[in-house]
Design a protein around this ligand. Structure first.
Ligand SMILES: NC(=O)C1=CN([C@@H]2O[C@H](COP(=O)(O)OP(=O)(O)OC[C@H]3O[C@@H](n4cnc5c(N)ncnc54)[C@H](O)[C@@H]3O)[C@@H](O)[C@H]2O)C=CC1
Ligand SMILES: O=C(O)[C@H]1O[C@H](OP(=O)(O)OP(=O)(O)OC[C@H]2O[C@@H](n3ccc(=O)[nH]c3=O)[C@H](O)[C@@H]2O)[C@H](O)[C@@H](O)[C@@H]1O
Length: 431
């Protein structure tokens, strides 16, 4: 740690974001206590294990074990803490609005922590949440404690690297000294600090995710049109992305976006608008295109096979993207559900997923290798572009299938090569 003083930080939530935040702040030289209410998670962390898969995280936790502790205990969390970071989950509620109950539970637990200098919300929240937290802190006699929004932009599978080298650190605060305190906490992080008011910082997070999702839905619609007109979306996306005003990122067509954030955050932003009486037309279309994209994959198979009833379909990859074990809102779940509803049998493979004993996974058979999942199948769908799929002996796998029908939902494989192996090959927006 160079320059800025070392701080004592309390982190609430030992999930993807809380763990990465806690570990990275410890790496920067701060003393960090991470609290969770899940006893199993805390026990695992205390035993030296990491409950999630995130590259580099385990090593970072071990490296900083003198400065980084995990606890269930509130008093231990807050003892000597100067800054309280709120990193709890904000899942969708039945209405589509973000469920902030865990945020309120943490804010309530801060009552009495008069020694804090600042409370910082990192969780993704609707615009206006900070103002409500501010009022709650004031009402709890903590008017002297600063407040900041510090939304997180890391992507799973590269969260540690993203945290240490972000495109920007956004800090929303009404008070300059509080903004400076949080900026100083990031001393050693390689990225620009952008300070603004709290509401704008909250909006930056939601707008960023919505725009990323928009780019993907846009290219997926263009892919559909490519299929109808004979153009190749991969060529189109490559050349469109060369325009520096548009950029090459988030133009990969596929079976639709999923994950713990795009689906919930886009819906939460839509509902935030609805709550003000405004209908976000563009974002609504972005969500609709994404929902259709997953169903279109199943329709394509149905068209090819005549029926899905009684067919065995192999799903290769289950997590919402490679490099993570996260199954939240994974497109594979919709595909499996639709296939089962059509009367198909589902076999699957994934190197990381933890689907658990819930529908639709309880009715599927999981295999140790892609080849095993494909043996005897009538069709196979590449759902997640795991690098392992590049190593599959596709020729042998084709022979082992009842019918070598392949829907490449991530445009991972070479169409001509796969057709030469005997596959009836379909992909997203490529001839
Ligand atoms: N997962 C990601 O890559 C990103 C997530 N975010 C946002 O960060 C927030 C957290 O997301 P994740 O880490 O993915 O969620 P998560 O579900 O992995 O972790 C949340 C943790 O908070 C714990 N928790 C709940 N109530 C608590 C309380 N009262 N005190 C202490 N711990 C409590 C839960 O037991 C859980 O371990 C969400 O708002 C999400 O939208 C933002 C950017 C990226
Ligand atoms: O708020 C969040 O939680 C995070 O959400 C996303 O990160 P993440 O969900 O981890 O993963 P992404 O790499 O963005 O992928 C999201 C989904 O979009 C899909 N995707 C992504 C890019 C693309 O070109 N095409 C495409 O279909 C992926 O397959 C995946 O299903 C954002 O990239 C992060 O900046 C943000 O912090």
């Amino acid at each position: 740690m160079v320059g800025k003083p070392e701080r004592q930080v309390a982190v609430f939530g030992a999930g993807y974001i809380g763990l990465v935040t806690g570990a990275c702040l410890a790496e920067l030289g701060h003393r960090v206590v991470v609290r969770d209410i899940d006893p199993d998670k805390v026990a695992l962390l205390r035993s030296g294990d990491v409950p999630i898969y995130e590259p580099g995280l385990g090593d970072m936790i071990v490296r900083n074990k003198e400065r980084l502790t995990f606890t269930l205990d509130l008093e231990e969390t807050l003892r000597g803490a100067e800054i309280a970071y709120v990193c709890v989950d904000t899942p969708p509620s039945a209405s589509g609005d973000a469920d902030l109950s865990r945020i309120w539970s943490v804010v309530k637990s801060l009552e009495g922590a008069a020694h804090l200098k600042a409370v910082v919300v990192k969780s993704t929240v609707p615009v206006g949440t900070g103002a409500r937290v501010r009022s709650a802190l004031d009402a709890a006699g903590l008017a002297h404690v600063g407040y900041a929004a510090n939304p997180e932009f890391t992507a799973e599978g590269r969260a540690v690297a993203d945290f240490m080298r972000p495109d920007r650190i956004v800090i929303g605060a009404a008070d300059e000294a509080v903004a400076q305190l949080i900026a100083d906490l990031h001393d050693g992080v390689d990225g620009p600090v952008v300070v603004m008011d709290v509401r704008s910082a909250e909006m930056v997070k939601l707008a960023s995710n919505a725009l990323l999702a928009t780019k993907i839905s846009f290219i997926n619609e263009i892919a559909t049109l490519c299929e109808k007109t004979g153009a190749d979306v991969e060529e189109v996306a490559r050349a469109v992305g060369l325009d520096h005003r548009l950029g090459p990122h988030f133009l990969r067509p596929g079976i639709g976006w999923g994950g713990s954030c795009f689906p919930k955050d886009s819906e939460a932003l839509r509902q935030l608008a609805s709550n003000t009486g405004y209908h976000l037309q563009l974002l609504s279309a972005v969500i609709e295109v994404n929902n259709l994209q997953k169903r279109r994959a199943i329709q394509k198979l149905k068209d090819e096979l005549g029926t899905l009833a009684g067919m065995r379909v192999a799903l290769l990859g289950l997590t919402f993207k490679p490099g993570t074990d996260d199954m939240r809102e994974a497109p594979s779940t919709v595909l499996a559900g639709r296939l089962l509803a059509e009367g198909a049998e589902v076999s699957c493979w994934d190197p990381m997923a933890r689907p658990g004993e819930v529908e639709p996974w309880v009715s599927t058979t999981r295999h140790a290798t892609p080849e095993e999942a494909m043996a005897g199948a009538d069709a196979v769908i590449v759902v997640t572009e795991w690098p392992q799929l590049k190593e599959v002996d596709w020729a042998k796998a084709a022979e082992s299938m009842r019918r070598p029908v392949l829907f490449d939902g991530r445009n991972l494989l070479d169409p001509a090569g796969m057709r030469a192996l005997g596959y009836t090959y379909m992909s997203v927006g490529r001839p």
